[in-house]
Ligand binder design. Sequence first.
Ligand code: FAD
Length: 1011
Amino acid sequence: MKALQSEVERRGSRIFELVDKNPEALFSKAGLYQRLMALSMRDEQFKVQLFRFVDVLPSLRGSSEIIEHLNEYFSDNGFGPLVNAGVRLARIVPWVSGPILRWNVSGMARQFIAGKNPDDVMATLRKRRAQKIGFTVDLLGEAVVSEADADEYAARYLDLLEKLAQETKNWTDPLGKNSELFPVVNLSVKLSALYSQMNPADPADAIAHLAPKLRPLLRRARELGAFINFDMESYAHKNTTLELFKTILTEDEFKDWPHVGIVMQAYLRDSEADLRDLIEWGRKRDTRFAVRLVKGAYWDYETTKSLQNGWDCPVYFQKPQSDANFETLTRLLLENESIVTAAFGSHNVRSIAHAQAFADQLGLDRGRFEFQLLYGMAGPIKRALVEMGYRVREYCPVGELLPGMAYLVRRLLENTSNEGFLRAKFAENVSAKELLRDPRELIKLNGTSPMKSQTTITTQNQHPQGSGPVDTAPDDVYRNSPLVNFVYKDSQDKMRSALREVRQRLGEKYPLVIGGEKVWTDELTPSVNPSAPDEIVGYGSEAGIPEAERAVKAAREAFGKWSRTSVEERARLLERAADILERRRYELSAVEVFEVGKPWNEADADIREAIDFCRFYAEQMRRLGRPKLTQRVPGEESYHHYWARGVAFVIAPWNFPIAILGGMASAGVVTGNTVIMKPSEQSIVCGTMLMQVFEEAGVPPGVLNFLSGHGSVIGAHLVDHKDVDLIAFTGSREVGLRIWESAGITRPGQRELKRVICEMGGKNAIIVDSDADIGEAIGYSIYSAFGYQGQKCSALSRLILLEENYDRVMERLIPAAASLRVGNPEEPGIMVGPVIDEAAYRRILDYIEVGKSEATLAYQAKDLPPKGYFIPPTIFTGVKPNMRMAREEIFGPVLSVLKVRDLDEALEVANGTDYALTAGFLSRSPDNIERVKAQLQAGNVYINRTCTGAIVGRHPFGGFKMSGSGTKAGGEDYLLNFLVPRVVTENTTRHGFAPEQTPEYRDEFLWPKSH
Ligand SMILES: Cc1cc2nc3c(=O)[nH]c(=O)nc-3n(C[C@H](O)[C@H](O)[C@H](O)COP(=O)(O)OP(=O)(O)OC[C@H]3O[C@@H](n4cnc5c(N)ncnc54)[C@H](O)[C@@H]3O)c2cc1C
């Protein structure tokens, strides 16, 4: 190892010597661009603003729009005289500065983009050829949101291949040896560009769609003697990419073709296992293939995404760990050179020198592997490598400026990264000795890398200091349960096996639970699978008035003891329930798939929410349960604390059948109330499962009672019951208003004024601003409108588009809707399943007829599954604010598009309904964002994301106006609705003598120990 390190240092020093012979700044473009980058590296806030401005600029049309954005991003931010002067100047002469700014940013992009189109790029490739540098060409493009986009991409790849082959017909290998391993034409392909519906849970579907698009490209490449490389993107697509690579290249047509390669990302913790597996596959296939080893371009994305979802992070946290792994994989590749041709994709001289030194140690000819570097970066290193006699290939992206922005921003981030090699060497002049240190040594030194690593050592895949393994925040903030990550085969297998097991028990009968006893009734209510209505998921015993009466009596009797059971004991009950939900997670998700037609990830999110409700409310109750001293006054003590209200009646909907039912019931139970819970008639089995969970958790008899039955019978009876003190309802506006009204009547013998927690529907809107990222706008809108068939109360039903970008959005919205996977959600990766039942099916179809009579049917899906309550995703345009389509809640996959003049009108339209539940705004204008945040009328306002998917603790959920009584499920103040506040005041003065210290409130009488 020592000898290797000396050799690495020797080679690295040689590269540096050659680099220093022709010194070049980090950014080859001088002037303004240099200065902006230098400022970015000094000032993180400026960097954020600059990169955001760069991101939005190409989509701005006029000079005035450009100047407005410039002002919004940079004025008054204290970025120093250069920036201030620039902004002032731009304001004075907008018609001049707009185009100049655009030109400058285009210049930035041109530094990293080798050409606008295939013709354009040839000039670059010829220049490189003269410098003995080869090429691989990659096509930049906008996010692929539809199959139309994907088909266009596939056609462009083919075109590019033809063009490159044609233009380079007479080119020979620059090294003149081993050329059979390295065809001149080399094309890099991104799979996500070829299929718009790639879903990590369903690699088989992705492969089935991608393979037919790839085969013609591979076939043609083979005919033309070209090379195809599969690029690697985010971790979500990693397994699919590997699987597809192996599958297609084992087909008869391609199994003896060596000119294919794939990327391995060394920042991934599982990359070594993947590479070993790939090599083994290659040996069995018995034909050479290639691997481009990189560290990975999505580090920020992967860490953020895993933090947000509570997933184990797939990437290393310490830069030296990625560097060290790069070297481990380097050795693995070179040791297996007999089957795999290595390409090292790095600008890091240490990583490069290590590959050189190890290859030498193995006695490998330097013409048998290559170094690959990005266009526009590290020019002197490329030249040094050529001079040393190594094979060098440049990665040349081709495309227009607008689609190139994501690529540009990735490169800017890489170039200015605190941890990056290029910044350390070319901007900060870190010494060669430091830069060539063994990364393993740096890991031992607790991660103090020469590139100013700020992370501390973390052994497993835990997030670095200041955060934890799951959704985290500062320590006193609730940590959400992680979502299941269906990227893993293990998760997919567990879900499949849960579906099989649950299928075995379809049709079982379930009892009521009253006072801890199972109660069977003569009447059974069937619960039907909406994807296959001839399939009964289960039968629920149907409660009538006698059972409702029994349940109230049991709850009333249990109340005295339960309300005086210690907060700790009640909190622990919820935590035990959460643990059981966690244990039964896949099974319960599978029940939801069958009973309410939820796609896999939606079902899992529901169980996760139920778990979160239990744990979050347990935490909250511990906080609220401590009597609190009010204002301190000498000689007087006042303690504020809470009592339970009494018997709570919980009425839940079917669309979040375990989370909402569980959320309301657990809030009732933990606050010391006793609860009668009634699931929706359409989700009795889910409700039964939840009851089982609480029974196993040890809920005492009578504290939680389970009544399934008709809302019109037992629901109405219990709402009016004199012994019911609180009603927690989530459901339709019609039923909610009836409950609200009826609960207002005081009946003989009633002790309390009834408290009603009422969460109802919405007519939710998303406004798309003129500068929004269209690809993202489409993705967010489509998911918000059609995810779970539009049956979330938060779902998007009104898309409000400004005149200015109406055509641009519609052009991509319709094909995106047309690409959605509609089907039975037992299949992984289905996004649109059936609606809940026949009544909903008919009602939504009626609304579609209303839409046809009021507006223009712009899109309706075809080819639906033959049975089941499937409604085609449908889009109406020409919808006006006064139409029924714009005012009434439909609760299905039907989207109305409204065109407005400007943002003022957009806000007026968005706010102009009876509802105020969720709303969204997609924009890149800081001022417009702030304005909309302040003015959009909704309980949950979402900026630059979907308008669905609230997470407990992070997004307390609930609306106002006709959407609800203003409560926030999953929020800090939610439990207060279940409690009566009390204040006890004691005069502690005795004959003028007042104690100096105020004691803790003695709560043993509130919650006696004997309980
Ligand atoms: C020819 C070529 C093709 C490429 N193709 C792909 C591709 O298909 N897919 C892809 O993902 N990338 C690809 N890349 C991009 C590549 O991943 C980055 O350019 C590369 O990671 C930069 O590494 P470096 O060795 O040049 O620089 P260095 O500065 O040594 O390394 C920077 C890298 O270290 C990693 N890193 C940064 N901070 C941390 C941290 N705190 N903890 C752990 N790791 C950290 C990141 O991967 C970061 O990019 C390609 C690059 C080249 C040159």
